[in-house]
Design a protein around this ligand. Structure first.
Ligand code: NOJ
Length: 555
């Protein structure tokens, strides 16, 4: 059986702005990534996904690209990039780039042209509409608060932006746009990059007529009419045929709102689209209908079990899962569903959450700092935040939707994207060793105890637990190939499952409790060799707080 490399890989996500600054300007850079390649190599990850490093006015930290073929000057030069690629490859580490082609910056040359006049050759690169009865063309709200339309002086027409007004949606109906995208993909692939993570790629096909969406809050929801739209699979197949199929690379689609059925379509190898997608259902379990992600609802364990198990079962043998808890858009998982109240609980719950995810089928993603058990950051003032989504939501929720300052700050402490974006904690020294200048976003003061220097050589650290998880994946093919069955489905605080493959059974037992659990029901599951335990000793009928174990036995 041929197994593609990305099915055996573990991916480490680097958010360059917050990883390491080598020139003292307070912003991370490409040389900073080179400096810390040893960290990633020691962990055992074999692919790096880089968040966007292209030229950008940084309205949304690089997700608003003004030149797809140039490096953001704050991050370095193309020579730095070539060096990074070379240094990574020398260590056997591949590099996957972010491909952001649902939208460009409003400062991209195509848009500068497009807005000039209705007959400009680039007009049709974007989605322009006239207003309707003196109003906006439809009722859609943007993902970052406010309407999804912006009027320009030059022609009096509106352009569509599903994100900020500086992130203008491209018109994928136009074959010239698609040809441009395929061309820029080839530019990077010909340089030797190893694939793409495709930003909101399932947003690129919009429903004809752009109908109004159901109103939720102040605006209509664009999702029913611009996510997984009518031509999405046609575009994905074309991109695969034109570009991806000519290279030995991986592709992962960022696909909010996908169902398992959609994911099967995107990543069924017979359909020649993508290798895998990021699903969002498990990240939405603590959302509510009124405030969306800014909810105060806890993430319920039964729903998490149901969700992850359904994805494991539905994609097995048909498509491929990506496995993640964290990225630059999500709060830190140890603060979200683990317990960061004490150091002991934080370490235990970080190890458990890593184990739960990494023993599943799919390709695991580790977001920088997750391997240290980094936590959310509670900045005291709204002025300490930098994230456009957080700042816009704060304004809308407090000025227009009646939430008090205190209430919204508490929600921001739970869910802001800046929770994930505080600088990487390398040392207990000044600015956590991230920069000698003033960091672009505040450093979490807990770097005094949570930092890489303290963990790398400590066998009991979260870092070394993650390292073992990666080693197990490399050593035991059952983790890649085995099927999945949920065990103890109704247990209120244990998430256990088994994987079966050939003549082996791998059993994973994880506790979500702050207390020691006396649980005779786990005794029959504790069979075979104990491959990994997050505590020094394992007891057949008891689980320590947030304990995780992995057993392997012959069937
Ligand atoms: C998803 C990216 O992960 C996020 O950071 C960004 O704001 C939006 N897409 C828009 O590009």
């Amino acid at each position: 059986m041929h197994t593609p490399w990305w099915k055996k890989s573990v991916i480490y996500q680097v958010y360059p702005r917050s990883f390491c600054d080598t020139n003292g300007d307070g912003v991370g850079d490409l040389q900073g990534i080179i400096r810390h390649l040893d960290h990633i190599e020691k962990l055992g990850a074999d692919v790096i996904w880089l968040n966007p490093i292209y030229t950008s006015p940084n309205d949304d930290n690089g997700y608003d690209i003004s030149d797809y073929r140039a490096i953001m000057p704050e991050f370095g030069t193309m020579a730095d990039f070539d060096m990074l690629l070379n240094e990574a490859h020398k260590r056997g580490i591949r590099i996957v780039m972010d491909l952001v082609v649902n939208h460009t910056s409003d400062e991209h040359a195509w848009f500068i042209e497009s807005r000039k006049s209705k007959d400009n050759p680039y007009r049709d690169y974007y989605i322009w509409r006239e207003g309707k009865d003196g109003n906006l063309p439809n009722n859609w709200g943007s993902a970052f608060a406010g309407p999804a339309w912006e009027k320009t002086e030059e022609t009096g027409e509106y352009y569509l932006h599903l994100f900020s007004r500086k992130q203008v949606d491209l018109n994928w109906e136009n074959p010239a746009v698609r040809a441009e995208v395929y061309d820029l993909m080839r530019f990077w692939l010909d340089k030797g990059v190893d694939g793409f993570r495709m930003d909101v790629i399932n947003y690129i096909s919009k429903a004809p007529g752009l109908p109004d969406g159901p109103v939720n809050g102040l605006y209509g929801d664009f999702v029913p009419h611009s996510v997984n739209g009518p031509r999405i699979h046609e575009y994905m197949q074309e991109m695969n045929r034109e570009v991806l199929s000519h290279y030995d690379v991986m592709s992962v689609g960022e696909t909010p709102s996908v169902s398992v059925e959609d994911a099967q379509d995107f990543s069924d190898p017979e359909r020649h689209e993508l290798n895998m997608v990021f699903q969002f259902e498990h990240m939405g379990l603590d959302e509510d209908e009124v405030y969306g992600k800014w909810s105060t609802r806890p993430l319920p364990l039964p729903a998490l079990k149901e969700n992850l198990s359904r994805w494991q079962t539905a994609l097995h043998g048909k498509a491929w899962n990506s496995l993640y808890w964290n990225n630059h858009d999500q709060p830190r998982i140890v603060s979200r569903i683990g317990n960061d109240a004490t150091d002991a609980m934080r370490i235990a719950s970080a190890k458990m959450l890593g184990t739960l995810l990494h023993m599943m089928q799919g390709t695991p993603y580790i977001y920088q700092g997750e391997e240290l058990g980094m936590t959310n950051m509670h900045f005291p003032s709204i002025d300490d935040y930098r994230d456009i989504d957080t700042l816009n939501a704060y304004r809308e929720m407090t000025a227009q939707r009646g939430l008090s300052h205190e209430d919204m700050m508490a929600r921001i402490h739970r869910h802001s994207r800046d929770n994930a974006r505080t600088p990487m904690q390398w040392t207990d020294g000044v600015n956590a060793g991230f920069t000698t200048g003033t960091p672009w976003l505040g450093v979490n003061p807990n770097h005094a105890s949570i930092n890489a220097a303290a963990q790398v050589d400590d066998p009991g650290s979260v870092f070394n637990h993650y390292r073992q998880l990666i080693r197990l994946r490399k050593e035991h093919d059952i983790i890649t190939h085995g099927d999945y069955t949920l065990l103890l489905p109704d247990h209120p605080s244990i998430f256990a499952y088994e994987r079966r493959w050939q003549d082996q059974v791998l059993t994973v037992i994880c506790s979500f409790s702050n207390d020691v659990l006396h649980e005779p029901a786990i005794a029959p599951l504790c069979k075979g060799k104990l491959l990994l335990c997050s505590y020094p000793a394992a007891d057949d009928c008891r689980l320590q707080p947030w304990e995780a174990r992995v057993y392997l036995c012959a069937n």
